[in-house]
Design a protein around this ligand. Structure first.
Ligand code: C6P
Length: 423
């Protein structure tokens, strides 16, 4: 049955209800109490980085106040305590991604480093002249440039799976591109510029039928939906801690153990070795073979607290709430004359990119900022996406579970203010 359109968008929303106590959740994020330019902060730039709950801030502070020491090295009390906490995060991330073994969880600086690790370790060993790497037309630069560099080094070719005008991948083109030369497929789970949730399970299945491994860039997925790497059967999965309500400078690369075993080290130095002589070095076991040097210990401990926090709320509940929020915002913004949403895939996550006729996205961002609303305006490190849609940039609102419909209303009122200035 077709439902009548609610008198105001928010009325329909109120009735939809949500199992999450958002008012309560917001109290966990001290930064959200801030005023910006005299207005309450409305933080809608979560795809760039998300805010930190008090428990994450406390975990980082506690480490520096009470545990600061190097890990995996000392036999003293502080070092053992810090090592245990850092390694506990690895176990938490293993459960979070449902990886079968904590040896498959490699700590990196973030998604960018996770992808660079695979290109420079797996890629340099297994990709040869004449081989092909498949990526998609909606990748972030982090999932384009490292592959370009590898292809240049190896004499391989980078090929691109196209998308339609809604921002959905053309799977028949993908199947056509997958061939005997394909050595690896690298795909964003969720597009940061369009919000598209890609059919990654199907993408992995199609690649595996031809014996091709798949890397999934989970930067925009891991904070917003439950990820099960065993169910997806992906070969590599990477995400950034700072988008998952954790600290910057820490992230995760999941890799299937047989791949990681077969790969040479990415960087060399302390901790990634078991025995060093001037003649020969023996490398450490997984995952330490890929973790050279003193890591971001406080970041790792903070990430553990972040994983606990989102797991406590529940990724299913987060995904459901954000779906409602996105629908509410899409409906409200689409009703504005001259506004065009860029990225209208059927399956979308908490990203809403748009352009306004006759107004540069940077002007939208600047005027919204004066209203206390933080969005991102620009190419979102996805220039080929802008080229595909024929726009220089977009304005992008991106949501997290602490955002509310009232904040969406502030955004909508702000866009009307932009229109008043320009029309
Ligand atoms: N996107 C955005 O505003 P790092 O910088 O390593 O934490 O994440 C890189 C990255 C990789 N893949 C995707 C899909 C991403 O969205 C990002 C980061 C931010 O959209 C900053 S450019």
């Amino acid at each position: 049955m077709k439902r009548a359109r609610p008198a105001t968008v928010s009325e329909g929303w109120e009735k939809a209800g949500s199992p999450l106590d958002i008012a309560r959740i917001r109290q966990d994020f001290p930064i959200l109490r801030q005023r910006v330019h005299g207005k309450p902060l409305v933080y809608l730039d979560n795809a760039a980085t998300s805010q930190k709950p008090q428990c994450v801030i406390d975990a980082v502070r506690r480490y520096y106040e009470a545990e600061n020491s190097n890990i995996h090295r000392g036999i003293h009390y502080l070092s053992e305590r810090a090592t245990a906490e850092y390694e506990e995060t690895r176990a938490k991330v293993q459960r979070f991604l449902n990886a079968s073994d904590s040896r498959e969880i490699v700590f990196v600086r973030g998604t960018t480093e996770g992808i660079n690790l695979v290109t420079q370790s797996y890629g340099r060993k297994f990709v040869k002249a004449g081989d092909e790497i498949l990526i998609t037309a909606m990748e972030h630069h982090s999932n384009i440039v490292p592959w370009q560099i590898l292809c240049e080094q190896a004499g391989a070719r980078l090929r691109v799976i196209p998308m339609n005008h809604d921002g959905e991948l053309l799977l028949e083109e993908y199947e056509r591109l997958l061939g005997g030369r394909t050595k690896l497929v690298a795909v964003a789970h969720v597009s940061n510029a369009l919000g598209t949730v890609n059919p990654v399970k199907q993408i992995v299945e199609l690649a595996h039928r031809r014996g091709v491994p798949v890397l999934l860039d989970g930067a925009q997925a891991a904070p917003h939906m439950a990820v099960d790497v065993q169910a997806l059967d992906c070969d590599f999965y990477t995400f950034s801690g700072h988008k998952l309500f954790g600290p910057t400078g820490i992230g995760v690369l999941y890799g299937k153990a047989p791949h990681l075993e077969a790969m040479p080290p990415y960087q060399a130095g302390g901790d990634m070795i078991s025995l060093v002589t001037f003649e020969k070095t023996h490398y450490n076991v997984l995952p330490y073979k890929f973790e050279a040097g003193t890591p971001h210990i406080a970041g790792g401990i903070g990430l553990g607290a972040a994983v606990d926090y989102v797991t406590g709320i529940g990724l299913e509940a987060i995904a459901a709430y954000e779906r409602e929020l996105l629908a509410y915002a899409t409906q409200a913004l689409s009703a504005i004359r001259g506004l065009k949403v860029i990225g209208t895939a059927k399956e979308k996550a908490a990203v809403l990119s748009f352009v306004l006729e006759g107004v540069h996205p940077h002007d939208i961002g600047t005027i919204l900022d004066r209203e206390g609303v933080a969005i991102r305006a620009g190419h979102h490190c996805a220039m080929p996406v802008m080229q595909r849609f024929g726009v220089p940039a977009t304005a992008r609102a991106s949501f997290a579970f602490y955002n509310t419909k009232e904040e969406v209303d502030v955004l909508v009122r702000g866009v009307h203010k932009v229109l008043k200035v320009f029309r």
